[in-house]
Design a protein around this ligand. Structure first.
Ligand SMILES: Nc1ncnc2c1ncn2[C@@H]1O[C@H](COP(=O)(O)OP(=O)(O)OP(=O)(O)O)[C@@H](O)[C@H]1O
Ligand SMILES: [Mg+2]
Length: 260
């Protein structure tokens, strides 16, 4: 049975979708894993990054969540399979709210395909609504990207507790794989301080059972090539094979592989 890793942070624009695509690629290409990526964000950034036009898709994760249809898996995009999303998923939050087992829809949908993969990566929306709660229920591990800026670190730390409480209620066995400091600008003292704060906070959470093995993964540098690669619908390594950010991406993929 696959591990299901949710890339989750209720803050927007911290690099969740970018990391999902790149880590998925490295897990598949470098470690030979069978990888399924799931876009559970109505913004459909991951779907777009992977080279699809969300508006043209007839079937997305929406039909699986609302109508129990088999997940519409698009095979072998950038070495990974993908369950796409589009803006119609925004309605799901409201429509699900009156359903029974509304928190379990994603877990139920993925149960049908979990045996086919080594790892499933969930690209969560930047909110703590019902779609995210579905991710927390379906996941075995949480991976929390945090932007290395003072404001983001403060916000995330305040919300980690809330996430933890919700997770405890809906999925007590959920473990935190760790945090990925993202968009790290090593030249600024603010970013260095933010990284230090992340390390201190995660160090202090070790007593907490879910955070017991949580790792502060190598920081991903802030580089415009991430956006350039995404615009070309490519993982960074295919766009710029010798890019400095490949090393931390591979290191994180290697640690995740150890969980499988
Ligand atoms: N390490 C990085 N350095 C510079 N830009 C980055 C980096 N990672 C991602 N980006 C860019 O920042 C923007 C936001 O990234 P991304 O969409 O991955 O974040 P997100 O957390 O998924 O956002 P949302 O919360 O809206 O879903 C994108 O334009 C992306 O190309
Ligand atoms: Mg995103």
């Amino acid at each position: 049975m696959s591990q299901v890793i949710a890339l989750f942070n209720m803050s927007g624009g911290v690099g969740k979708s970018t990391l999902t695509m790149n880590l998925g690629y490295h897990l598949a290409e470098d470690f030979g894993k069978n990888v399924l990526l799931v876009d559970i964000d109505p913004q459909a950034s991951l779907t777009t990054f992977m080279g699809l036009a969300p508006f043209e898709l007839e079937k997305t994760i929406y039909q699986s969540l609302l109508h129990r249809e088999p997940p519409p898996i698009i095979p072998e995009l950038k070495k990974c399979d993908l369950i796409p999303s589009n803006i119609f998923l925004a309605q799901a939050e409201l429509q699900l709210s009156s359903e029974l087992r509304r928190e379990y829809k994603l877990a139920d949908a993925l149960a049908k395909v979990r045996d086919d993969y080594d790892v499933i990566l969930l690209d969560c929306p930047p909110s703590l609504g019902l779609l995210s709660v579905n991710c927390l229920v379906a996941a075995t591990y949480l991976l929390i990207p945090i932007q290395t800026e003072y404001k983001s670190v403060e916000a995330t730390i305040n919300l980690l507790q809330t996430t933890y409480e919700i997770a405890q209620e809906v999925n007590p066995s959920l473990l935190v794989a760790g945090t990925v400091p993202t968009m790290y600008d090593e030249r600024t003292s603010q970013a260095r301080r933010a990284l230090q704060t992340i390390q201190e906070v995660f160090g202090g959470l070790r007593d907490n059972l879910s955070f017991r093995d949580a790792i502060v993964f190598p920081a991903i540098p802030r580089r415009t090539d991430f956006a350039n690669a995404a615009a070309e619908h490519l993982p960074l390594v295919s766009y710029a094979p010798r890019h400095a950010a490949i090393k931390p991406l591979r290191a994180i993929a290697s640690s995740l592989e150890g969980l499988l």
